[in-house]
Ligand binder design. Structure first.
Ligand code: OMP
Length: 215
């Protein structure tokens, strides 16, 4: 685990974004942990979050033309990443986001920002079973653009439709990399490092979950 990844996990726990307990996921799986990116809900938290996304993106070295933030949660994520790329890496990148409902007046349409053209880097929060990201791929295909990759905060390292992980399936099906700031392995390593019975309990629950749904 790199120092910025440990820092990110601490930051997510501090913000209550990463919580332990019992949570029913979109996929129906009942998970002992949940990552709620919506709780990065202040100017300071969003600014810091953008720095983590930008750091992971620059480190991955994937080239792209435009950042895309899928509605709704991806919108502030792509925005703060674009700002951090400029402020901290001197990279000025166009960005675009979509509306869930098409607007039939004014400028119209479902896209706001730069044109959705060329190689698109999608910014999102979490991939579990891969359903949400497949919907996003349709928007990119319909625009005639090419996916360059996906950047997410957390790779939950869960099985997708068959034996591969959901992320491996997405990488295979759309021929692009999925980059994450941290993965479940990093969270487990972090829990194991803490000298705390509470965290040891969380780790045991996460291990049992991974045995059932992990890859
Ligand atoms: P999949 O569509 O199964 O990949 O689930 C991804 C979506 O589930 C995310 O975009 C979130 O809306 C939500 N989610 C979280 O936000 N955090 C989690 O820890 C787990 C999920 C989830 O429901 O799987």
């Amino acid at each position: 685990m790199k120092p910025y990844q440990r820092e990110f996990i601490e930051f997510a726990i501090e913000q209550n974004v990463l919580r332990f307990g019992e949570f029913t996921l979109k996929s129906g799986r009942v998970s002992p942990y949940f990552f709620n990116a919506g709780l990065f809900n202040s100017g300071q938290a969003l600014a810091k979050l953008g720095r983590f996304y930008a750091a992971a993106l620059v480190e991955a070295g994937v080239s792209f033309d435009v950042l895309f933030g899928p509605a709704y949660k991806g919108i502030p994520l792509a925005t703060t990443t674009a700002v951090a790329l400029f402020d901290h890496h001197d990279i000025d990148t166009p960005y675009v986001f979509n509306r869930k409902e098409a607007k039939d007046h004014g400028e119209g349409g479902t896209l706001v920002g730069a044109p959705l053209e060329g190689n698109i880097m999608i910014i999102d929060d979490v991939i579990t079973a891969g359903t949400a990201i497949r919907e996003v791929m349709e928007i990119i295909n319909n625009a005639g653009a090419t996916p360059a990759g996906v950047l997410i905060a957390l790779n939950r390292q869960e099985r997708g439709r068959a034996e591969l992980s959901a992320i491996q399936e997405v990488e295979r099906d759309f021929n692009m990399p999925v980059v994450s700031i941290v993965s479940l392995n990093d969270i487990m390593a972090y829990l194991a490092e803490q000298d705390s019975p509470e965290f040891a309990q969380h780790l045991a629950a996460v291990k049992a979950y991974r045995d059932q749904y992990g890859v």
